[in-house]
Design a protein around this ligand. Sequence first.
Ligand code: MLY
Length: 265
Amino acid sequence: KSEQFNWDDYLKETESVAAPLHCFRQSRIPPKNDFKVGMKLEAHDPRNVTSVCIATVIGITGARLRLRLDGSDNKNDFWRLVDSSDIQPIGTCEKKGGMLQPPLGFQMNASSWPMFLLRTLNGAEIAPAAFFKKEPPKPVPNCFKVGMKLEAIDRKNPYLICPATIGDVKGDEVFVTFDGWRGAFDYWCRCDSRDIFPVGWCSLTGDALQPPGNNVSITKSSAKIQSSPSKVTRRSMQSPQKSAPVPAQRGRKPGRGKPPGQSAV
Ligand code: MLY
């Protein structure tokens, strides 16, 4: 966990407010993560969402699982909450009359898929159905406001959760801006995205919240509040040098990311 970063102090320093819990499609208390590394489950292929594939739990982080599709490479890992509707117990697909599919980029000849599947599941450690939690309901109107703070997944480095600010709101969407990173990692998402969390989420799940970047942002995305416009641009973000180690993947140029799914961490 990050020792230096403290939301209470940070909200004061930036004179901003945390987005209220009811804005998010997250449970008030993060779901318990009972999964173990090595367990298998069914997951929608993030690169081909109509396919349901076999995935293996490669890592556990807070309420999320690091997953790898069986038969795929190690460059396309993805992370899902234990209450994500993208994952389900093995057997669910068949019960619904569907067929398990090879992942996009299946490393063997397509004709070997049925046998591969058989071998993969034979003797596998199957994640128990009770480990899968129900996805929370969608928050109905978009109640985010520009300037509100939150924790958000860095989609270019999806194992990272970072302090962020709502930079814009349009219909059902919000613009998530990463504090101290000059826009390089910002993205639009639906207000019911599972990639955004209320302030305090990481401290509840035990995830390591990244410290803000150290680049001063002078855009409206940095915590604006009406009462003191003079303060808007003043504060730089907390320097990560003083606190937690530099975020992973140094040397990768921001903005030229490949699709999510880095193998680091
Ligand atoms: N060192 C990498 C990763 C930066 C991560 C930024 N996140 C936390 C918003 C880079 O600079 O590209």
